[in-house]
Design a protein around this ligand. Structure first.
Ligand code: C5P
Length: 248
């Protein structure tokens, strides 16, 4: 059975290898996975992957959000697969061929996850980007359309907001993995930063999320370790209520 901490994916959104290493050393025992994004990977390269492996057993999520012509995406994913990470992302915003290319490039060595619609994007943004009102008035429809493409292309799941997880699971099955950013713990005062479609850790778990991607609420906390522990407690409580609905 998974422990509550295994649901936490800490986003290593820091500019240097040195800072990243400090967070990995501090949090390895308190989170289930580290997410390496563009900022850190551009500055540190694959070295950070080695460090995470050396300092613990947490999984690794390489979030480079590939978005290019299929052959380029496939070759990039093949390089990612050789790094020995667990999950890697590709954008769903183009066509199915791009997603299929990512899956082909992974050669079964890394789980490919589709990014549906960024959680920082609002309906107005979708409208301004030229999408028809059907999607700008209901972002969930766009998320579902892109998730469908991801599933058909062979992705193991998608990144989506905690608000969309229920629908994803209902339509694509429990086994289709949902990773949810835009997590804002209630005790954090729900500071949204640039996120638009947010949920608390408990809401995301109740909706069926498999992994909670959390950056600033842990990184910028006075005590990041305590913040991770506190979030794991919230997750534990939500998991407990899910398995004991009558206790509510
Ligand atoms: O600091 P915060 O908790 O908002 O960080 C969220 C993380 O999740 C960031 O690293 C961001 O790149 C990532 N992410 C996101 N929305 C997506 C996909 C990934 O916020 N749709």
């Amino acid at each position: 059975m998974r422990a509550a901490k295994d649901y936490i994916v800490f986003s290593l959104d820091v500019p240097s290898l040195k800072e990243a290493e400090q967070y990995v050393a501090l949090l390895s025992e308190y989170v289930g996975m580290f997410k390496v994004g563009l900022e850190l990977f551009i500055s540190s390269g694959p070295e950070i992957i080695k460090i995470i492996k050396k300092l613990g057993t947490a999984k690794i999520f390489l979030d480079l959000k590939l978005h290019d012509i299929p052959v380029t995406v496939s070759r990039a994913m093949a390089s990612i697969a050789d790094l020995g990470v667990d999950f890697a992302t590709v954008h769903c915003g183009e066509n199915k061929e791009m997603l299929e290319a990512a899956v082909a490039g992974s050669r079964g060595k890394v789980s490919v996850v589709g990014v549906t619609v960024l959680t920082s994007v609002s309906g107005e943004d979708i409208d301004a980007a030229g999408f028809c009102p059907e999607f700008s008035s209901n972002i969930s429809l766009l998320v579902m359309k892109r998730a469908q493409m991801a599933m058909e292309a062979g992705c193991i799941g998608v990144v989506c907001s905690g608000l969309e997880v229920k629908m994803i699971k209902e339509n694509f099955g429990e086994g289709f993995v949902a990773l949810t950013p835009g997590i804002r713990p209630f005790w954090e005062g729900m500071n949204k930063d640039d996120q638009q479609r947010i949920t608390t850790p408990a809401q995301a778990i109740e909706n069926g999320s498999d992994y909670l991607i959390i950056g600033r609420p842990i990184r910028d906390a006075k005590n990041p370790k305590e913040a991770a522990i506190h979030i794991a407690e919230d997750i534990e409580e939500a998991l407990h209520s899910l398995s004991n609905p009558k206790a509510e």
